[in-house]
Design a protein around this ligand. Structure first.
Ligand SMILES: O=C(CO)[C@@H](O)[C@@H](O)COP(=O)(O)O
Length: 229
């Protein structure tokens, strides 16, 4: 039976396509590395970048729609080679609406050293609620990467995980939130790297991390007015 698209699917194709430009804008990807996906709200449909296509050539109509098992439902091209990893996250974390993968240089350098990024700046407490955890080494081609992402994120508030010897995976309530987490992960990875070159960074006490995280997640910025809630 041929796939019957919807306005929501087409809207997600545009969002996912356009968010790939943010990966370039913030210096998170090189050539065709990296990928963004989004879950169409209220469905088990996933929209993801086609594999190996130049960022300059990405268009909404080239995005690939799959089910949670990776079966292609819409799209002429093969989905990202990381689609299985994204799908394991969506299968096991129903609250996740967006997943991003990059090889951003500073965060990936921490992954190459198999070290989690310690929470030593308030920006990390704000966005990640603690360290950016390290996930296991796993080769592409099975569900091992996806399982490693999910198992590592459990017990952390971080929306980002650095996978040993590989790179960054981030999650969010929607694709834009996952892209933000990828941008901020690279930003703090760079800062903490620079700090550690000149000495030993000083950890922030957990009680302060908790307060900073709560403020940033619940007070910072333009909170919806009571009538909007
Ligand atoms: O990291 C990997 C594979 O794990 C890269 O190949 C990935 O960033 C880009 O692959 P795709 O073009 O999305 O298939």
């Amino acid at each position: 039976m041929s796939f019957k698209t919807t306005a929501a699917v087409e809207e997600m194709k545009v969002k996912v396509c356009n968010l790939h430009a943010e990966l370039l804008r913030w210096g998170l990807v090189t050539w065709t590395s990296g990928n963004v996906s989004g879950r169409v709200p209220g469905t088990d449909l996933i929209v993801i970048k086609p594999s190996g296509v130049s960022y300059d050539d990405l268009k909404p109509e080239l995005m690939v729609v799959t089910d949670l098992e990776g079966k292609i439902l819409d799209g002429e091209l093969a989905p990202s080679s990381d689609a299985e990893s994204h799908n394991v996250v969506y299968q096991r974390m129903p609250e996740v609406g967006g997943v991003v993968h990059t090889h951003s240089p500073y965060a990936t350098a921490w992954a190459a050293r198999a070290e989690p990024i310690p929470c030593v700046i308030t920006a990390m407490a704000d966005e990640f609620g603690g360290e950016i955890p390290l996930g296991p080494f796993a080769r592409i081609g099975s569900d091992a990467i996806g399982k490693g992402i999910v198992e590592t994120l459990q017990g952390h508030r971080s929306p980002a995980v650095i996978m040993q010897n590989h790179g960054v995976f981030t999650i969010g309530k929607d694709p834009k939130a996952a892209v933000k987490a990828a941008v901020m992960a690279e930003d703090v990875a760079r800062t903490v790297h620079i700090s550690r070159q000149l000495g030993e960074p000083v950890p922030i006490p957990q009680a302060d991390i908790d307060k900073l995280y709560d403020r940033y997640q619940n007070v910072y910025g333009q909170q919806p007015s009571p009538k909007e809630q």
